[in-house]
Write a protein that binds this ligand. Structure first.
Ligand SMILES: [Zn+2]
Length: 317
């Protein structure tokens, strides 16, 4: 953090200009955008929740570009400048955006509200198996950070954003409250639908490109096994692929899940291996990571579509 710390000092010398660059004032001084709460979210799902709750009273920026691999992403100097211009900073926590915690430790955050949306929530501890050891340097955490893919956890994260917005902008309380209640109901209804639709599953394991679905697996009673682990982009070993071929063959699994933003090269290799060994046709299906809008679906559309995809793999017709 030494070099970064120096960089931050330099950055703050140009703070005034920087704030104008990131959140330019409206040309019309009467325009409401001057009074909007300036929210900086580390990545898309948090920005989505903040916009759903904040509506017209917030101006939301996202740091990590849409559909970018999040675990290895690191901020640039201009990303740090963006932090200084925000009224409110929303992070996932749980080890995902650890660099934001580093930035916040070294800049003056007085007057800003920092929302760690998973603070105090029940997070899934990482099991330190071989796969995780390989990515240990990047994970920076003891927990599975992929909370946002679970509607149940996302509702709790949304509640923290709602509380922070009412604290920052108390005159908007009723507005935020109504929008938060509507969002929470959608998430809780979706959680109930996951519960109901996966109740009669005929299988309890899914094969995924990246082990990002731990909160769904824990809540709805199945397991995930991935080509890459929980924390990072890494090349799977020959042994990992071989083990997955064995598991798919043993449990009669004919579906592999992949987010469209991820490379499909290892997934296609796995598909070919299983098909060659068994003569089955293996399907590669989308299971979204919700790291940005994709396929015409926003965050909510993606976690809704994930249930339908999971049913195809877990519930035998
Ligand atoms: Zn991930």
């Amino acid at each position: 953090m030494g070099r970064k710390g120096l960089a931050i000092l330099l950055v703050f010398a140009f703070l005034g200009a920087a704030v104008l660059a990131i959140f330019p004032p409206s040309p019309n001084p009467e325009n409401i955008s001057n009074t909007k709460v300036k929210v900086l979210a580390t990545f898309y799902p948090l920005a989505y929740l903040a916009e759903e709750i904040g509506g017209e009273r917030v101006a939301v920026k996202t740091l990590i570009p849409y559909n970018t691999e999040v675990h290895s992403w690191q901020p640039s100097i201009s990303d740090m400048i963006a932090v200084s211009g925000a009224d409110m900073i929303i992070l996932n926590g749980g080890g995902l955006d650890w660099w934001m915690e580093d930035i916040l430790n070294s800049v003056n955050v007085s007057g800003k509200i920092v929302v760690n949306t998973t603070k105090g929530l029940e997070l899934i501890p990482l099991i330190n198996d071989g796969a995780n050891e390989m990515s240990g340097a990047q994970s920076r955490g003891k927990y599975d950070p992929h909370t946002w893919l679970s509607p149940y956890m996302a509702a709790r994260q949304a509640e923290k954003i709602f509380s922070a917005l009412t604290e920052k902008d108390p005159s908007g309380r009723e507005y935020y409250q109504a929008r938060f209640e509507a969002l929470k109901k959608r998430l809780e209804d979706l959680d109930a639908k996951y519960q109901k639709d996966l109740l009669n599953k005929t299988r309890d394991i899914i094969i995924v490109a990246h082990e990002a679905y731990g909160y769904l697996a824990a809540r709805y009673g199945f397991r995930q096994q991935g080509v890459v682990g929980i924390s990072a982009e890494q090349q799977p070993s020959v042994q990992v692929i071989k083990d997955l071929v064995d598991v798919m063959t043993e449990y009669n699994i004919k579906v592999i899940y992949l987010d469209p933003a991820y490379s499909d090269s290892y997934v296609m290799m796995l598909k070919r291996e299983v098909e060659a060994r068994t003569g089955w046709e293996v399907r590669v299906m989308r299971l979204y990571l919700a790291l940005g809008p994709v396929d015409g679906r926003d965050y909510m559309g993606q976690i809704e579509a994930n249930l339908e995809a999971l049913k195809a793999g877990l519930v035998e017709p």
